[in-house]
Design a protein around this ligand. Sequence first.
Ligand SMILES: C[S@@+](CC[C@H](N)C(=O)[O-])C[C@H]1O[C@@H](n2cnc3c(N)ncnc32)[C@H](O)[C@@H]1O
Length: 263
Amino acid sequence: MNYEKPDYSNWISRRIPQTAGAAGGVFILLSVLSLFIKNNFVSNILRIVFAFLAAFFAFFALYMGKARRMPSYEGKKIQDKVLDNVFSYLNWNGNGKLLDIGCGSGAMTIKAAKKFPGAKIVGTDYWGIGWDYSKDQCENNARIEGVEQQVTFLKGDAANLEFPDGSFDAAVSNFVFHEVRSQPDKLALINEALRVIKPGGIFVFEDIFYAKKHYGDIEEFVRKLSENVTEIHFIDTRQCEFVPGFLRTPMVLGNMALIYGIK
Ligand SMILES: C[S@@+](CC[C@H](N)C(=O)[O-])C[C@H]1O[C@@H](n2cnc3c(N)ncnc32)[C@H](O)[C@@H]1O
């Protein structure tokens, strides 16, 4: 019996509420110090600015702290429910190879291995500094979950996948494409993901597709993607009943949607 627990960490890095909290603390201190300087127009403006920034960062730190606990595996497991929802659109027989692009802590890669015991699953990520994720963590989680023979984790950039065309029967990705700094053109990025899928293979990609700064007009975006695939569907997942209203803000899950189909 294995009593070790996997560590799937959190989509929201702990640095976000910590940094906001620290900034809030600095502005509270500056607000207090500003009370000791001589009263004039400039010092009054400074007091207002410091007080405003202190309140803003304190509120943001509290919000992100709570928003971080809710999706976590120790909290309400919203992360797990979002990933289960992605899989509910993966209409795959489990024969062959599946790629998880931007696998993070391996949560979805390992879920795929458990759901499709006959399949080979590959998780790839660049494991950059923005998250508390690593390749070792993925491998350790796979070992604890008893699927280490079925999965492989590889370091790589989603913008330039190191796999030949048509290497996979299926591909999934969750909340990754908007984070890929190396490719601001998200159409090119998703076409790169589609490149490594076999013709007739299937894909399910979830991201903040309603964020205009990344995807522009999403209907037009999906129409352009449809030129390269056999079948494509767009699903608004923002209103899923497992997503608490508290998390339906643009900073967390308020822009999420899902694209799935057949190449
Ligand atoms: C919000 S996390 C999502 C992780 C995982 N897909 C999940 O749902 O648990 C975003 C992930 O994107 C990865 N990422 C960001 N830029 C990347 C890039 N250029 N290539 C590969 N992965 C990248 C990060 O390392 C991080 O693991």
